[in-house]
Every structure is written in structure tokens, then in C-alpha cells.
Design a protein around this ligand. Structure first.
Ligand code: BYC
Length: 477
């Protein structure tokens, strides 16, 4: 294991792939299938563009990336794990204290494969969801950012496929193929998790997705980075370094849209959403409705509030809590309890359940804390313009399809409603067909002049890496 990446191999890696001919051949066999998928399902019409991208060159915390123009099909997708920690142990569950596993423990094989496949499935799904957005990018800066996100999601797929090929033999190879066959939103062969089958039809949706849904990625990867299965832990650790930029794109993207709208409202002394829209910016209630949608579908990604699967993942040592090793408790959770929300007699209340069964809920709560801080930062932007509007997170039970709240109709305030009453309000709370039509109409066509931005979004504070904002981040050739 080295921290430098071998770029001489056909598949860049720091796992000494050249020493394992069988594995290398298997991955080289999968590679053309991956490229076929990228040409079909990757960013549309982008294959000849030169894009100013960062590429991983090392797994050292300092200087792991270089920035240069790359044609995306020539991006050096590869396999990078953070170096092993000597003496690392399984840090939680019934196997706590054993040396971390370097091979798959036979009795946990199918559970582990399922976790890796579920994680892997989200990565190509997001590329598929976003593939048309390059055609209506608000600037070269934003275009470059979405492409950066896309190539790195591709790399995250590689990360999971490496684990499947290296540790799961024939069924791992079959799963790796299936990852290229499912399609986001396909009726017959959809992606595994709900949010990854929803369309991402415009840039507001894209920024919401990278703020909310990529952050689920962060929390899930952080939990898997605690895994007693060491290759998974080390893979996820390196993926997290890339994930940070995706959330940055989301937070600043929404922040810049909010800023532009609030500035226009303040300059023109306007409040009515129709008047705001007439000036070619997105009114704040529409942004709130997008937030409600993306937040609620992402909360579902954490799974059921009460989950015996999550208890098994933890007890066996395969998937930990967020920052497991920093938590001060017994890391076994045999007697601990945790509060989960539930509905009874027409109202929402908390019930105390065994903490082991509430691990999805606990991770969801950790996530909500971080999301709330981001929403607070957006509100600061609005506040600075003097506009009184504030964005807010709806109740945890709002618009949920998974877990204790599924099947109920809960308002953003947390009131349990009848289906008819909820549906009558639906378009006030979630983007309507008319909202999508408006937003998409405003985003028709892309802005290609360096340094220019669409009217509905403020420029960023600075450019990428050391480049100015008006740098030619994408050359269309
Ligand atoms: N949609 O016991 P339960 C990312 C299924 S994002 C559809 O409550 P469990 C990224 C569940 O599979 C991070 N189905 O759930 C972001 C189970 O099915 P079976 C992705 C769902 O297993 C942006 C049944 O319901 N990584 O990286 O405790 C761009 C009972 O479920 C959903 C991971 O998710 C849903 N939302 O927890 C790119 C980590 N939720 O077995 C990338 C790996 C649940 O009855 N995955 N179900 O057929 C896991 O840890 C777990 O699978 C989950 C679900 C947390 C997702």
C-alpha cells in the first residue's frame, strides 16, 4: 500500500492491483462496460469538452489532487484507499476488540455485500439523474462543478466495484454488472433507494440534491468508514474527501440563488412571488417548496426509524454510528435507549426504544443537526438584505414514505392531517407542476461566456482552485 497512485496501470490504483492478475483482469473486463455506461448515461453531449477538473493523485491529506483540463471520458477513474492504520480493531458490537477484518467474515458476507451494493447503486444513479443539466448551466463555473461531481460519483462507483470484485468473487462480479444495468427512474429496473429514482430536472433541484442528498452520502459513508471490515472503512474514508466538494456545491449553489432573489427583492421593494418571478429570479416560497421536497425524500434514505437491519449491521461490526470512536459509551448498546417519533391517536409523539433498533434514527438526527446549520447560513444571507422571509426545515414526519411516519399525512408544522386536507395543501408545500415549468423555463439555455452568470443566481465569491471567476472552466471545442 502506497499513498501515491499508480497511473501507469490501465486502472489507476494504490492497492497494488498489478500483483493480482485475476482481479486486474476482472476489473479490466468491467472497465469497457463502465465506459459504455458513461457514454450512454453520463453528462449529455459532454464527451469532447475540455473540463478544468481535479484528479486524485495521492491519498495524502495534503495535495491529493491536481487540477487540469481533462476530457471526461479520459478521467482517470481508479481505486484509492486511505492507508491502513496499524493495529486497527473492530470498534463496536459483539466483535469489539477483535483485529479489524482484512477479509470478509463468512457469516456476514451477504449483509456486507448488500451494504456495498446499496452504497454503490447511488453513485451512478446520481449521474443519471443529472445528465441533462449541463445543457442549461448558469455559467462555466457551475458547469465545471457539476462535471466534477459527476466524474467523482463515477469514481465512487469504482470504489464499491473494487470491493465487490476483490472480496466477493463471482456474485460480486454479477452485482458489479447489475450496478451498470439498473437505471434511475426506470419502471422495470430502478435504482435501489427512493430518492435516486426522482428526477433532478433543473439547477435548483441539483443544488438541493447536492446539499441534502450528498450529505446523506457523507453520513452513510462516515458510518461505513467505522466498519470493522477494514477495506470498506478505508475506501469510504477517501470517498469522504471528495464528498466535501459536492456539499459545498450544493450549499453555495442554493445560497447564491437565495442571495440573488433577496437582493432583487430588496432593490425593487417587492414581496409578491409573482412580481419576484417577473424579474427573472426564483421567489423564496418556491425555494422553500424545493427544500421541503428534497429534505423529506432524503430523510427517507436513512431507512426505517425502527430497524432490525440497522441493529444487525451494528452488532456485527459492519456499520457504526457517526463518529463512533468519538462517542463515550460502551459501543455495544445492550441497555441504551433512544427516542423515535411515532404517530398514535392522531398525533405525533416520541417513544423510547432500544438504541440498537434506533440507529437509523440516530444517524438521521445527526444529519438533521448539520442540515439545520446550513439552512441557518442561507437565512443569514436573506437577513443581510433586510428581507424578513426565513427558510425552515419542515417537521421530520412531513412527506415521508419510509419509517414510522409513512402512510400518515403530516403538515410541515407536524400536525397529523386527513389525506384530503393534506392533498388540498400539497402545492403550497411541495413544488407543483407549474413551479417546475416556471423554473425550467427560466433556465432554458446555458451561459457560456466566461465570467457571466444567469440572472437567477449570484456569482460565487471566488473561483476554483487558484483560478479567477471568469476563467474558461470548460472549453467546448
Ligand atoms: N428507499 O430496515 P430498513 C450517497 C428498504 S447516499 C427504498 O428500515 P435499513 C450519495 C431497505 O433496503 C448514501 N427502500 O432499512 C448521495 C429494506 O429492504 P429489504 C447511500 C428503502 O436496511 C448523493 C427495507 O426498506 N448509502 O452516497 O436499516 C449522490 C427495510 O428497511 C429505503 C447508503 O445508503 C429507501 N429510502 O436501512 C451520490 C449506505 N430505505 O431488505 C451518492 C448503505 C429503506 O427489506 N445502506 N429501504 O428488501 C444502508 O445502510 C441501508 O441500506 C439503508 C436502509 C440505511 C439505506
Amino acid at each position: 500500500m502506497t499513498s501515491n497512485i499508480d497511473y501507469i496501470d490501465k486502472i489507476p490504483n494504490n492497492v497494488d492491483l498489478g500483483r493480482d492478475r485475476v482481479l486486474q483482469r476482472a476489473l479490466e473486463h468491467w472497465q469497457p462496460a463502465y465506459m459504455g455506461w458513461w457514454y450512454d448515461m453520463g453528462p449529455t453531449e459532454s464527451h469532447h469538452y475540455d473540463v478544468y477538473l481535479r484528479t486524485a493523485i495521492s491519498v495524502d491529506p495534503e495535495g491529493w489532487a491536481v487540477f487540469d483540463y481533462v476530457k471526461m471520458p479520459q478521467y482517470r477513474w481508479g481505486i484509492f484507499l486511505t492507508p491502513p492504520t496499524a493495529g486497527r480493531e473492530v470498534n463496536f458490537g459483539i466483535n469489539k476488540g477483535q483485529p479489524a477484518w482484512q477479509d470478509v467474515p463468512g457469516e456476514y458476507r451477504s449483509m456486507l455485500r448488500r451494504l456495498i451494493v446499496t452504497q454503490g447503486d447511488t453513485e451512478p444513479a446520481s449521474v443519471e439523474q443529472q445528465r441533462m443539466l449541463g445543457m442549461c448551466a448558469p455559467s462555466l463555473y457551475d458547469l465545471r462543478n457539476i462535471y466534477q461531481v459527476n466524474v467523482e460519483e463515477g469514481r465512487h462507483l469504482w470504489a464499491m466495484v473494487y470491493l465487490l470484485h476483490r472480496y466477493f468473487g463471482r456474485d460480486g462480479r454479477e452485482e458489479a454488472e447489475a450496478l451498470l444495468e439498473r437505471r434511475s427512474g426506470d419502471v422495470d429496473n430502478p435504482r435501489i433507494l427512493g430518492a435516486f429514482n426522482e428526477p433532478t430536472p433543473d439547477w435548483l433541484a441539483f443544488y438541493m440534491f447536492t446539499f441534502f442528498t450528498d450529505r446523506d452520502g457523507k453520513f452513510q459513508l462516515s458510518s461505513l468508514a467505522e466498519s470493522g471490515f477494514d477495506p470498506l472503512a478505508r475506501t469510504c474514508r477517501f470517498m469522504l474527501t471528495e464528498e466535501a466538494h459536492h456539499m459545498f456545491v450544493g450549499e453555495t449553489g442554493v445560497g447564491r440563488i437565495v442571495q440573488r432573489t433577496a437582493e432583487v427583492m430588496a432593490e425593487q421593494h417587492l414581496e409578491d412571488p409573482d412580481d419576484v418571478r417577473a424579474l427573472g429570479v426564483i421567489d423564496l416560497p418556491t425555494i422553500q417548496r424545493y427544500l421541503n421536497f428534497h429534505y423529506s425524500v432524503t430523510l427517507d434514505l436513512f431507512g426505517g426509524d425502527i430497524s432490525s437491519n440497522a441493529a444487525s449491521f451494528y452488532t456485527t461490526g459492519l456499520k457504526g454510528r457517526y463518529e463512533e470512536t468519538k462517542i463515550d459509551d460502551d459501543h455495544v448498546l445492550s441497555d441504551a435507549t433512544y427516542k423515535v417519533g411515532t404517530v398514535k391517536d392522531g398525533r405525533v409523539f416520541d417513544e423510547e426504544i432500544p438504541a440498537l433498533n434506533a440507529l437509523n434514527e440516530r444517524l438521521r438526527d445527526d444529519y438533521i443537526g448539520e442540515v439545520q446549520a446550513g439552512v441557518d447560513r442561507w437565512n443569514k444571507i436573506i437577513e443581510r438584505t433586510g428581507i424578513p422571509f426565513r427558510l425552515r426545515l419542515p417537521h421530520k414526519g412531513f412527506h415521508r414514505q419510509i419509517g414510522n411516519f409513512a402512510g400518515y399525512h403530516i403538515s410541515p408544522e407536524g400536525d397529523v392531517m386527513t389525506e384530503a386536507a393534506w392533498k388540498a395543501k400539497r402545492d403550497q408545500w411541495m413544488p407543483s407542476a407549474a413551479d417546475y415549468t416556471f423554473v425550467q423555463a427560466m433556465m432554458a439555455g446555458r451561459v457560456v461566456e466566461p465570467g457571466k452568470f444567469a440572472n437567477w443566481i449570484a456569482p460565487p465569491r471566488r473561483g476554483i482552485h487558484t483560478q479567477p471567476i471568469d476563467f474558461e472552466y470548460v472549453r467546448f471545442n
